[in-house]
Write a protein that binds this ligand. Structure first.
Ligand SMILES: O=P(O)(O)OC[C@H]1O[C@H](O)[C@H](O)[C@@H](O)[C@@H]1O
Length: 529
């Protein structure tokens, strides 16, 4: 297609949400003229399912749960008054609590004010807060935010090292919907130890966001933590950023959570429309279907041309891949669905992987995110009449054209700025697109059975470790091979796991395990020190 023809196609298929200054351009996706028509009845069905979901139907059949994240920004739509009240009460509680913290009414144990925030959580209990914190941070932030989002000891040391004596002014928010996630439990214990090391009582600095009655909830109550905020079973982790999970840290940071909710709410209104061309989420879902043939055969590459949106790809990775990556469809048929998501930011990518995107395996479609506002205030000229922001636009348009010339499809989202409203709107757009796409391909977007397999396997590794430690103590100074030790604990087939566990123990001080013998796994010998 010529540039002139593309201009016509751009205008024809542009989906605009005027109140948000948002537009979605799918003109560089090569769908046929009758594609939208062909998808019509499937899309109608997806809309009907979405409508039922919003009215409170069990949209997550495996877990027998309702799916209510849209109610979080429109509490009046919740199917029962008690739910609406829970939502509005929680937003009010987030505001009131944050005000008390900012005004110093709620003080840390040994300092005048809380100035820092440490968020402990993982997956849906961290990615949304991280995206929001990074996208919207400014000099006006009321608290500096850090994260424990893994069970990596060095990662946690690094954060605690950066906080240093500021830990005395740090409020720790432990977030876990289930309240039983081990990485988060470990983060909590490591944070507690950090406070203790500075002579501080953790409970006087700790807040929980979790489901009522969960392990974390019980622990926090027993220890007398400062406060508990609810997490409901009708909100999935990866769509929880507009519950207390995302609102509390954002409000504590000093961000405009009402703006974020309003942006999401407006996007929700736009994405409830049944006319695909007026509904950017429907159009997006259709484009994913077109690109990947409804089977996810092409990867989704997210390229925001704005540093503040760097974490979009990580956020979308969970939202899209955990929702759509499913072995079975709703009838139990094996379908192995999903769409792989990755990305970084433009124009930085241009100096990294755009080479492959243009010339390498054509196994992807790109999603450009264009932000119209360059910065607060005016820009200097870097050469006659040209600013750094003009260059950013130039690189974006240039890359998009270069991809198109090689037959690589792309979608472009345009937003006016990176504000709370815009971030709320983008999140809502993708939440809806994922839900609609899941209906198009007939899968449950709201469960994650695959994640459990990895968790169970991890638990069995730790059981092996416990048995091994006991066995090594019995064997005292006698150096034994992984093969022997695996047999000793009655799990000869687990020899590789046994070796990996021993290798790890021997590599770390204080674990009491010494490695000797040769460098290869079969020559290595282990004994207690
Ligand atoms: O919030 P939590 O219950 O601690 O869960 C944290 C995360 O862990 C799980 O493994 C799920 O796959 C994610 O969807 C979830 O967001």
């Amino acid at each position: 297609m010529t540039e002139r023809e593309l201009w016509e196609r751009y205008q024809r298929y542009l989906s605009v949400v005027p109140s948000l200054g948002f537009s979605l351009d799918v003109s560089r996706m090569g769908f046929a003229a009758d594609f939208l028509e062909r998808m019509r009845s499937r899309l109608e069905e997806a809309f009907s399912q979405m409508e039922a979901l919003e009215k409170g139907a069990i949209a997550n059949p495996d877990e027998n749960r309702r799916v209510g994240h849209y109610w979080l920004r429109a509490p009046e739509l919740a199917p029962e008054p008690a739910l609406s009240k829970d939502i509005t009460d929680t937003v009010a509680a987030v505001h009131a609590f944050s005000r008390d913290v900012h005004e110093g009414k709620l003080k840390p144990q040994k300092a005048a004010r809380f100035t820092h925030l440490l968020l402990v959580g993982i997956g849906g209990s961290a990615l949304g807060p991280q995206l929001v914190a990074d996208a919207l941070t400014s000099r006006d932030d009321q608290m500096q935010v850090s994260f424990f989002d893994n069970t990596d000891p060095d990662g946690m040391d690094r954060v605690l090292g950066q906080l240093g004596s500021k830990l005395a002014e740090t409020l720790t928010v432990v977030i876990s919907k289930s309240g039983g996630t081990k990485e988060t439990r470990n983060g909590m214990l490591e944070a507690e130890r950090g406070y203790q090391a500075q002579g501080l009582d953790f409970s006087k600095h700790a807040v929980a966001v979790t489901g009522a009655g969960s392990e974390l909830d019980q622990h926090a109550r027993k220890q007398g933590w400062l406060r508990m905020f609810p997490m409901w079973d009708w909100v999935g982790g990866r769509t929880s950023v507009m519950s207390a999970v995302g609102l509390l840290p954002a409000r504590l940071q000093g961000l405009d959570i009402d703006g974020m909710l309003a942006g999401a709410r407006e996007m929700d209104v736009a994405t409830r429309q049944r006319d695909a061309l007026k509904n950017p989420a429907a159009l997006l879902a259709l484009m994913w279907f077109h690109a990947g043939d409804g089977r996810g055969v092409k990867d989704m590459v997210i390229l925001p041309y704005k540093d503040r949106l760097l974490l979009m790809s990580r956020y979308l990775q969970q939202l899209v891949m955990e929702s759509l990556g499913k072995e079975k469809d709703l009838d139990g048929k094996v379908v192995n669905q999903g769409i792989a998501v990755y990305g970084n930011k433009g124009s930085t990518d241009q100096h990294a992987y755009v080479q492959q995107l243009r010339e390498g395996v054509p196994n992807f479609f790109a999603t450009f995110i264009e932000v119209l506002k360059d910065r607060d205030g005016e820009s200097m000229e870097v050469e006659g009449g040209i600013t750094s922001g003009d260059y950013l636009l130039g690189f974006f348009l240039g890359t998009r054209r270069a991809l198109y010339e090689k037959g690589r499809e792309s979608i472009t989202l345009t937003v006016p700025d990176v504000s709370a409203r815009t971030v709320g709107a983008l999140i809502a757009l993708y939440e809806r697109a994922v839900g609609l796409y899941a209906s198009l391909v007939h899968i449950n977007a709201y469960h994650q059975p695959g994640v459990e397999a990895g968790k169970k396997a991890a638990t069995s590794v730790l059981d092996i470790q416990k048995k091994l430690t006991a066995r090594l103590k019995e064997a005292k100074a006698e150096a034994r091979s992984a093969e022997q030790l695996a047999a000793d604990i009655g799990q000869p087939d687990e020899v590789e796991t046994v070796f990996k566990v021993l290798q790890h123990l021997a590599a770390n001080p204080g674990r009491g395990v010494q490695r000797s013998g040769g460098a290869s796994p079969s020559e290595a010998r282990f004994h207690v020190k």
